[in-house]
Each structure stands twice: as structure tokens, then as C-alpha cells.
Design a protein around this ligand. Sequence first.
Ligand code: BDP
Length: 696
Amino acid sequence: MRTGRWYLGLSLLACATAAQAEDGYRLWMRYAPATASQTADPVTVRGEQTPMLAAAAAELRRANPAGLGPVMLAHANDPAVTALRLPVATLGDEGYLVRSVTIDGRPVTLVTGTDRGILYGTFALLRHLATGAAPTRIDLTSRPRVGLRMLNHWDNLDGVVERGYAGRSLWDWWTLPDYRDPRYTDYARANASLGINGTVLNNVNAKVESLTPRYIAKAAALADIFRPYGIKVYLSARFSAPVELGGLKTANPKDPAVAAWWAAKSDEIYRAIPDFGGFLVKANSEGQPGPRDYGASHADGANMLAAAVRPHGGIVLWRAFVYADTDPNDRAKQAYDEFKPLDGQFAKNVIVQVKNGALDFQPREPFHPLFGAMPRTPIAPEFQITKEYLGFATHLAYLAPLFSETLTADTHTRGHARVSQVIDGSLDRHRLSAIAGVANIGDSRDWTGSSFNQANWYAYGRLAWDPSLTPQAIAREWAMQTFGTDPKLLDTVVAMMMASREAVVDYTGPLGLAHLMATGHHYGPGPWVADLKRPEWNPVYYHRADAAGIGFDRTKTGSKAVAQYAPGLAKLYADPKTTPENELLWFHHLPWTYRMASGATLWDTLVQHYDRGVATVDTLRTQWQQTKPLVDPERWQKTDEFLAVQAREARWWRDASLSYWMSLNNLPLPAGSPPPAHDLAWYKAQTFPYPPGNPQ
Ligand code: BDP
């Protein structure tokens, strides 16, 4: 008896632990274990059982949400659906309609659309239920605003992820194509749940080997796994491949032999991957080869590749992230200067991919002036989901406010068009539209290196589907699915998320300062760095601080970058009084004693921001403490320890930055603001060999 009870007790304990053990692997798809009262098989699939419908049905069976009752997956043209006269005409290729209906006298939840629509509708239904909706009287309908919703993996073939902070590459190139890690399927499920429909497998700093038959076969294996989840694969292409792989003397895009090489290469890829998406290209940027090496333009290069994939329905995503040390111009102006004149010259299947800001994924940048400036060219924004400049995986920084800030920005072109209207193609009636996010995914058990980093993958996907969703609403639905539905927990977690990005801005570079990070790894502070070989790699190039003032003058007395914006906006940016305060020093060089709208000096205001950043992180820690009884121990503990790191490092950022600014301006700290913990020499002496994600 005693032994029996002991066993029972132990197994109950084991169950409880198993139920509570969470390592983050399941992301936001934490389906509850089935209970006896649930429908044995909740799904019927009408019509042809395509692989995509099978994937959708499998997901429903896996989730088997409590109380849902029977679900029917049926194409919008199925007679059972047409008989219902539902508003399916506007769903397009990917939209869905999910509704509680009666078919043959039986109540069912109908998920309808195309194959893809049904897949996305299935995930929308599961999200709807996981975020607290009642399983009866369901009525959901949505279609994506942007056509190509892509992840860009900066994964190298040796498994190192450039700017990756979540372990090594998820792609085990060595064992592919023979071993198909089940994790690849889980990756596809997670992306499909958000509506992501394309993935670039390899780094934009591309190695030519990814275009060899050996690696094409590996990419084909991944494409096979992703296909039922609606995800196409793309490859980053190295422009010099015809020379390095093909043995040609040149990669000049105007040379017919070069064009023929790419056409043959494309044919070869499409034989292995019939629905291959196309190429992403980083050309003539940071040492990458490109058409400029041959006196040809970016349009010449892009169009030559576009012609190669065009017969197969492929596209080319050509990056506008270009700047040259030979160009004395403000680096933030160079992409616009080079690309704007090419508007109208790109082939129909080319999309120009533009970083959200003109510099490089900073915690805050004004939106890139190319948005709205190339009406004859589809423009895709590129966001960085991985937090190269926002504290890697350790710091909590919820990025939806950053993404959304760009997407909702008023371009002041053609009325007050938002960036989202430019990039979704609606403003200029483009057939193609795309959005790209540099992935934060690696092989770490929780995929992204921290629980809260999962929210950035999630938020990117949700905004790619619908750029008008609010960061707050996305945070709440993510938190509900990730941590649970307790209202106190949700309020706390959402409040933490919503404050977090601004905190990072505050302690790293407030009021429009940018690129103040230390060399190479971009993790800690280095505003003093002035010795790198290219001027525009040095923080001093960006802040231009001296005894008298701080900031980069981009007005007509400076680099004139303001003139790249539409006249209405350029006018606002031209005057410090009408420039948004959070972008002030991006556009203006001002005296330390400049009076802000509040009446306080610029210096005192700057210090207040640093102090506020540190204080906000302290608050995040306190808030997280309150969640302890409501979150499973494993995820709670890791987050708690990371927040302690962030609190320490926010102080480090503040103290190092203030020490440096004070060494220039000799001003005292405002009353109540504590002195830095160390002197400037100490901060300058800190080194961090072998940081993750940093190409060596
Ligand atoms: C910078 C990164 C670098 C990337 C580059 C790019 O530091 O690793 O290769 O962007 O986007 O932010 O190409």
C-alpha cells in the first residue's frame, strides 16, 4: 500500500513537473494536452487532400482546442461552401474566412479560402482560441497586405550565424539533405502560424558554394519540408559566382556569357526546386562584389539576374544597403543618391530591399528616405529582428514599436502616404510587394536565445501580414499564447514589453544619436572610437560632439540629407524646433546649452534620458519579480538573470557615455544624477574578445 501510494505521489509529481516544464521550444504554440471530453478527430477535409490541407489538419489535430467541436477545411469553391454564399470573393490567394456555420444540418467551424488561405485560417483560428475567444460563433476573415513576407537568415555554411545570438544555424548543412531534422518542420509551422511565406537560407555576405549542386540539393530538401507550410526558399547570390564557380573571366552583367551562366544556373536550381523564390543580392557593399565593379549600375546587375529567374516565375530582391569609403558624402545619403536615379529602370520582377533607416538598424532611426521616393519600383523594407544593436539576446527589447514606427511613418509624399502604403504596393499599384526581417533564429532550444526575443519573431510576422496592427495588441496576444492568460501576468508582461525598446534607446543613444557602439561586436558603448580605417565606421563620425555641441548637421548648412525627404517633411526636419525630439541630433548639431521645448538644456535632457533608461530597466526587473508565481521556473529564471545583466549593462552604457560626453563638454551632471562608477579610461579599456555573431 505504502509503496503504491508513494508511486502514485511520484507520478503525480512527475506529471505536474512535466506540465509545468517549459523550455521555450514550443514558442507561442503551446497546445494543451488533450482531455477526455475533446472531439476524437476534430477535422474533416473536403475535396482534394493536398499537402497543405494535410498540414493544416495535422495542426488542428495536434492542438485539438477544448470545446471547439468539428472543424471543416474546404476550398472556397467547394459546393458546400458556395451554397453558404459567404463573402469569399475578396480573399485573394492567401486570405481566409473562418466561421461557425451549419452544413448538412450539422454545426461546424468552417475554414475556407485557397490552400494557403485554409492553412493561415487554421492558425488564425488556433490563435483566436488561445487568446481567449469562445469556440462558438467564430467569424474571422483576413488577407495579407504584403505579398512576400520573408525571413532573411544570415546563416553561413559553416554554421555560424552573422549577428546571430541564439546558437548556431538551424540548418545543419552537413547532414542535409539526408537527415531531415524534425525541427525544420517546427520552424515551418511557426512561420506558417504567422503567415511568413518565404525564407532566404543563407547570409547576404554569400559564399559561392551555396550555388553548387551539393548545396542546391540541401536547399531543395529544406524547400520540400517547407512547401506544405506555404514557405518558398530563396538564396543569397554572390555576384561574382560566374567567375568563381563558372570559370568565366568576368561577372560583368552586360556580358552575354555571364547572363547565360546565370540563366543556366537558375534552370539548374529550378530543376531541383520548382518553386524556388529567387535571389537576394548584396552587391557593392562592405566588400561584396557587384555590377559597379564593371562600371554597370545596380539596375543592370539586378535585371540580368531577374532575366535568369523570370522564365520560372522567380524574383530578385536587390539590396540598397550601399555606401562607399571613397564617397565623402554623409553615409546616410548614399543609398538614396545611388538608387533614386534608377527608378523606372528595374525589371518587373525586381524588388529593391531597403533597410528601415538610412544607416544601419539602430535602436532608432528616421525612416529611410527611399520609401516614397521610387514610385516606379517596388520597395521592400528590411528590418533586423536579431538585435545586433539592441543588446543581442540578453537585453529585453520588444521591437514591434520600432517596426511599427517605420511602417506608420508619414512620408509626406502624394498626400500623406504612410511607409506601409509604399511597401504594400497600394500607393503605386505594384503587383509585387515584400517585407524582409533578418531572422533571430538559431539552434538554441528556445530558438531565439530568450523568451522575449520570440516576441520579435512573432511581431515581425504579424506586422508583415498586417502593418496596421498595434504593437500593444501584438504584445498581448503573444504573451497570452506564450505565458498564459492570467490578467495580472499579461498586464505586467505587456507593460514591460512596451517600455523596453525606448529604454534601450535611452541608455544607448537618446535624442537621435546613432552608431555609438564599440567596434565589431556592436554590443557595448564606444562613442569615443575614432581609429577605424573607414571614417563612417567610427562613432565620432556620427555624433560629432566637441566642447561646444553634439549631433550631425544634415540640414542645408551640413550634409543636406534632409533634402532627400519629401518637401513637407524636409521643411520640418530643417528646423530643430519642428524636428521630433527623438530624432533631434540625427538632423542637427546643437550647442550643449540649446534650450529644449521643456526649457531644460540639451545636456540636462540628454542626461535625463540616460537616467530614465537605467531606471526603466530597474522597473522591468521589479515587474518581472511580480510574475514569479505565474510563470514556469525555467523561463522565469532565465529572463530574471538576463534582466540583471541588462540592468548592469544599462548603467555601463550610461556611465561610459556620460563620462565621454563630460570629457568633451566639461559640464556637471544635473542635480540628483549619480556620477559614473568609473573614469573614462576604465570604460575605454574594456575589451570583449569572441562575442557571438561577429564575423572574425
Ligand atoms: C550590418 C552588419 C553586418 C551586415 C550588414 C548588412 O553589421 O554584419 O553584413 O549590416 O546588412 O548591420 O549587409
